[in-house]
Design a protein around this ligand. Structure first.
Ligand SMILES: [Ca+2]
Ligand SMILES: [Ca+2]
Length: 231
């Protein structure tokens, strides 16, 4: 979905200002696929369609029909209370616009460090809204790259548990001591725990990555930044 060939890089077509936030959109190639979770916005213009998408945290992209001016938000996860329809992209009258977010590529995957505090559950949902999942770390190289790219900042507190760390998708919420990656539902094989960790037993069931690249189990309701990943 995020393959670079599908981007029209030169076209930064739309910029929507909303409550002092600026969100820009890129035109993306229409792929021959069905969008299972689309929501009809009122039919106006591309600009108004973009404004509605900007105000909708579940909307990462929207489809605009050049002929009948119909505007559809594309969601990746069900929003409570919404009724969805399936939209086919075979219609060549459709234009597709995607929110520009700070995804960074590494080894064929894309990563986005969201600098907003959230509990582990909230962070999981926020990543799903972006059609992605809480980061899953499968190697020392990936762990080190994430740390260097997102967490090693001059402004960090000396207490590595408080600042400059991020939720991962790792947890042992189902069975104490059995650590799984949430999205892939696979046992965690590569680990990079701090020397004294994991130490939280039933109290601490979610894994966060600290600025020195090590892992710690911590209470899942702790408000932390998080990293989303997508293939
Ligand atoms: Ca635990
Ligand atoms: Ca711990």
């Amino acid at each position: 979905m995020f393959q670079t060939s599908h981007y029209i890089f030169v076209t930064l077509f739309l910029k929507v200002f909303c409550k002092q936030r600026s969100v820009s959109y890129s035109v993306v190639d229409i792929e021959a696929t069905n969008y299972p979770l689309t929501v009809s916005y009122p039919d106006f213009s591309i600009l108004q369609c973009g404004t509605l998408c900007t105000e909708d945290s579940y909307c990462t992209e929207f489809l605009f029909n050049k002929t009948n001016k119909q505007c559809n938000a594309v969601h990746c996860v069900n929003k409570p209370g919404y009724s969805y329809q399936v939209l086919s992209s075979k219609n060549d009258q459709l234009l597709r616009f995607r929110k520009d977010l700070n995804w960074i590529a590494y080894m064929g995957h894309y990563y986005y460090h969201v600098e907003k505090n959230a509990t582990w559950e909230e962070a999981k949902l926020e990543c799903q809204k972006l059609c992605s999942y809480l980061v899953e770390i499968n190697s020392k190289e990936e762990s080190d790259w994430l740390t260097a790219s997102f967490l090693m900042k001059d402004s960090c507190d000396s207490n590595i548990y408080l600042r400059c760390n991020a939720w991962t998708g790792g947890n042992d919420r189902s069975t104490e001591g059995k650590y799984l990656w949430n999205h892939s539902n696979t046992l965690i094989s590569f680990t990079n725990w701090h020397p004294e960790e994991p130490n939280g037993r039933e109290r601490e069931n979610c894994i966060h990555l600290t600025k020195d690249g090590r892992w710690n189990d911590i209470r899942c309701d702790t408000p932390l930044y998080y990293i989303c990943e997508i293939k």
